[in-house]
Structure formats: structure tokens, C-alpha cells
Design a protein around this ligand. Structure first.
Ligand code: 5AD
Ligand code: SF4
Length: 448
């Protein structure tokens, strides 16, 4: 920093909304501010700087930021420096500061490495806006990953999206799809493991489209990267999300059979079970090709847990199209899922389409879909009872002595354990299943 502002903020708070990529960005923003000498404000403490790391994927998510900006006013009438980061910042730019004058910084998802300088300008009373998508990667300007607060860490390996599904704002807010270099990812993974991470979830909007050259110059896909990370000592578990059906290579499916640290979990959004609607969504896969991928994944790894995303009420969706969605859910048998009402997003082709669906029709369809998906996840959990598996402990539970961890299939499992610590891998027998979690009985500690 060239010039020290009059009222340098000393403490900060970052609040992330939306997807895991935002959570990752929020963590890196915190690490960046920490490396510049600021400290995170404790729970309930006022912060000098509040970073709202926003999501633009649906209207509700985008509107939340304005009520949250209002909520930053303190009892004495003052406000912290407010920085709006993330996808709303990218989409709305300086308009945010005009609508909410208490906002001092607006910074897009590809420019947040410049946040300290922007905050310094805001501290001098300017409104600092940076929604550039610079050619130089922000990752080159961020500090090395420090000690991790949790054993499970996120690592973004790809930014942006080129798929242009007709409902989606991501290609506009996060820009073109770019894969981070192989060596940079391996180095960041190594830093995370040195900082205490035992599980890494590789992130990207289309993470399975990741490509890069390994250290010998050989072209690799996500499966090659996963095989390289599997060799890192101390890294026990690898996950990845979100995948696109069209980029689901046989190599990646085979990795689920061959790579011990790759967890048996595949998040593969289908959005709709109707090939007609999938076409209108520009998804470039069909109902049949999706089901065929699921079948191959189950051949490679019979216990693989499948999760997905769904949109109900896309323009033109008929009762029959919606029935097709219910039936693809029945055929796939999901372990977990996220489902949403279609939300028209400014600038996307679907927002201009005829036949927008009435809100009450969407409500009714969403309820029916969610009831079916809840039934399926409960059935998946119930079928896990009696299984023996390793749990990675992530946090303490509410009851004394209780610990909570994740199964290979990403289920929350609680157990009572003494002599165990966060980050431990414990072999358990799954003894009972509730609607959202399972209970495990400790058999033995696998690794510390
Ligand atoms: N309306 C509703 N849901 C959407 N998603 C993306 N765009 C929209 C939209 N305009 C959902 C998709 C995607 C998930 C991250 O959010 O299901 O997979
Ligand atoms: Fe959006 Fe489709 Fe890209 Fe996913 S694949 S981020 S839904 S455009």
C-alpha cells in the first residue's frame, strides 16, 4: 500500500452467500486481509470493514444483499466500511453504491485481490468500484494458504463458464471458463495439507471440464489431476463439484473405481427430466444421455451417491415435462439434491421467452419434487444403516463428548467418542438414520 489512509480498518467480517465457489472466495478474501495485518472480528463484535460476498444466481439471493447492507448500521448510527463483492457486484457494478450510498467498495469475483487498495480508497471517503476481469489471474496475487480452520478445505481449480445455459447468469458474472494451471493447484493443495487440511473439494462451475498440462507437459483432465493429488501425503479425501453431464469422461468415471482417496459422490445436475426442456435450456445433454452416465458411474463404483440440481417452472414447462422430471428422479435415486423455482435473470435468453410459468404452478411443482427428493435422501440414509465406513471428524456436536463428521457419501454422522479429535478418520458402524444425519458407533481410529 503506498499511502496509509486516515482511518485504516483494523477488523473485518466476511459474509458469503450462495455457492461453494463464493465460500472459497470469501475465505481467500479473509486470508488476504489477514496477511495485510487485519484481524477477523469475533462473533457479535463490530467490524471496521464488512465484506458481503454476494450471489446473483436467483432474484431472491440478489435482493438479500440490499437488506443486509441496511442491517450494517450500528446502534450509534455509524456504519462500517461496506464492501460488496461477488456476483451481484459484477452484475450491478457502481449501481449498487448509487442505490445504497453506505457502500464504499464494489469488487467483482475476478478482482478481489485488489480489495486492500480499494478499501484504503473507501477509507478516504471515495467509492471504489472494480469489476474488471483482468487477464492476470487474481490467484497470482493472493497469499499462500495459511493454517486452515477446518480439516475440509475448498480449492477453486476453474473459474467461469462457457456453457450459456439459457437461464443462467454465471457466464456473465464470472466470465469465460478458465482452468487454473496444474502446478498452481498442486502447490495450493500442498499448502492446504501443510495447514492441516485432510480433505479437499475441488471447485469449478464445470469442474469436470478442467484441463491442464502436468509437470511433464502431458495434457490432463480432471481425472489426471485427481490422480496427482491422490499421491500427496496427508491428503485423505478428494471431492469435486459441480460437474456438467457433457464433460463426464470415462476417465473420470474410472477414477471413482481406482483412486482410493476419491470419495464415492457425484454431484451431477440434470435440471430437468424432459429432453425438450433441456434443449430450451441449452443443456446439450438429453434425459437418456444423463441416465446412461449415471449407469456407467454405478458400474464403476456401485455405492456412489448421486446428487443433483433441479429447476422447476422453466418457461414452457408443461405438466408432462414436469412428470418427466419426477420420473428421472425415480430412475436415478438421488442421495441428495437442490431444487429451485425458475427465476428470470436479467440479460439471459430464458428471461425473454414466452410462456413464463405462473408462480402458484411453480410452488406446487417444487413441493411435489422436494417431497420426492426428501423421501429419496431418507431412503439413502436408511439403506446406509449397518454399513461400516470411515468418518472424517469436522466439528463437535451440541451434546458433551459428541463429534460430527462426514461419511464418504457426504452424510453427517454423529458419534460419542473419547480420545478423538477434529480431523481424525474414524471407522464406524452406522447404527441409525434420522432425516438429516446418522449415528455411528466407533470401531477404531483409522488415522490421526
Ligand atoms: N433460476 C433458478 N435456478 C437457477 N439455477 C441457476 N440459474 C437459475 C435460475 N435462473 C440453479 C441451477 C444450478 C444451481 C447452482 O442453481 O439448478 O445448477
Ligand atoms: Fe450456469 Fe449452465 Fe454454466 Fe452451470 S453450466 S454455471 S447452470 S451456464
Amino acid at each position: 500500500m503506498t499511502q496509509s489512509p486516515a482511518h485504516d480498518p483494523k477488523t473485518f467480517r466476511v459474509k458469503s452467500y450462495g455457492c461453494q465457489m463464493n465460500v472459497y472466495d470469501g475465505e481467500r478474501i479473509g486470508e488476504l486481509l489477514g496477511a495485510r495485518g487485519m484481524t477477523a472480528a469475533g462473533d457479535g463484535e463490530d467490524a471496521d470493514l464488512v465484506v458481503l460476498n454476494t450471489c446473483h444466481i436467483r432474484e431472491k439471493a440478489a435482493e438479500k444483499v440490499y437488506s443486509d447492507i441496511g442491517r450494517q448500521r450500528r446502534d450509534d448510527g455509524t456504519t462500517p466500511i461496506i464492501a460488496v463483492a461477488g456476483c451481484v457486484a459484477q452484475a450491478e457494478g457502481g449501481e449498487i453504491a448509487r442505490r445504497a450510498p453506505s457502500v464504499g467498495v464494489v469488487v467483482g469475483p475476478q478482482a478481489y485481490h485488489r480489495l486492500p487498495e480499494l478499501v484504503a480508497r473507501a477509507a478516504r471517503g471515495e467509492t471504489a468500484v472494480d469489476t474488471d476481469m483482468p487477464a492476470i489471474s487474481k490467484f497470482d496475487h493472493l497469499p499462500r494458504r495459511p493454517v486452515q480452520p477446518r480439516p475440509s478445505a475448498f480449492l477453486s481449480i476453474q473459474e467461469g463458464c462457457d456453457k450459456f445455459c439459457t437461464y443462467c447468469v454465471v457466464p456473465y458474472t464470472r466470465g469465460a471458463e478458465i482452468s487454473r494451471p496444474f502446478g498452481d493447484i498442486v502447490e495450493e493443495a500442498r499448502a492446504l495439507v501443510e495447514g492441516g487440511a485432510r480433505e479437499i473439494t475441488l471447485l469449478g462451475q464445470n469442474v469436470n471440464a478442467w484441463t491442464g498440462d502436468d509437470e511433464r507437459g502431458h495434457g490432463q483432465g480432471l481425472d489426471g489431476l485427481i490422480r496427482a493429488l491422490d499421491a500427496l501425503p496427508g491428503l485423505a479425501r478428494i471431492r469435486y463439484m459441480t460437474s456438467h453431464p457433457n464433460d463426464m469422461t470415462q476417465g473420470l468415471i474410472d477414477a471413482h473405481r481406482d483412486v482410493p482417496s476419491l470419495m464415492p459422490y457425484l454431484h451431477l445436475p440434470v435440471q430437468s427430466g424432459s429432453t425438450r426442456i433441456l434443449k430450451a435450456m441449452n443443456r446439450s445433454h438429453s434425459r437418456e444421455s444423463y441416465l446412461e452416465i449415471i449407469e456407467r458411474a454405478r458400474v464403476a463404483r456401485p455405492d456412489i451417491a448421486i446428487s443433483g440440481d433441479f429447476i422447476v417452472g422453466f418457461p414452457g414447462e408443461t405438466d408432462q415435462d414436469f412428470e418427466d422430471t419426477l420420473s428421472i428422479v425415480r430412475e436415478t435415486r438421488y442421495a441428495a439434491a437442490f431444487s429451485f423455482k425458475y427465476s428470470p435473470r436479467p440479460g439471459t435468453p430464458a428471461a425473454e421467452m414466452d410462456d413464463q410459468i405462473a408462480p402458484e404452478v411453480m410452488d406446487e411443482r417444487l413441493q411435489r419434487l422436494q417431497a420426492l427428493l426428501a423421501q429419496q435422501s431418507q431412503a439413502f440414509n436408511a439403506a446406509s444403516v449397518g454399513r461400516t465406513c470411515a468418518i472424517m471428524l469436522e466439528r463437535t456436536g451440541r451434546k458433551p463428548g459428541q463429534l460430527i463428521g462426514k461419511s464418504p457419501w457426504l452424510q453427517s454422522v454423529h458419534l460419542d467418542g473419547t480420545g478423538l479429535a477434529i480431523g481424525d478418520l474414524v471407522e464406524v458402524e452406522l447404527v441409525s438414520a434420522g432425516p438429516n444425519s446418522l449415528a455411528g458407533r466407533e470401531l477404531r481410529k483409522v488415522a490421526a
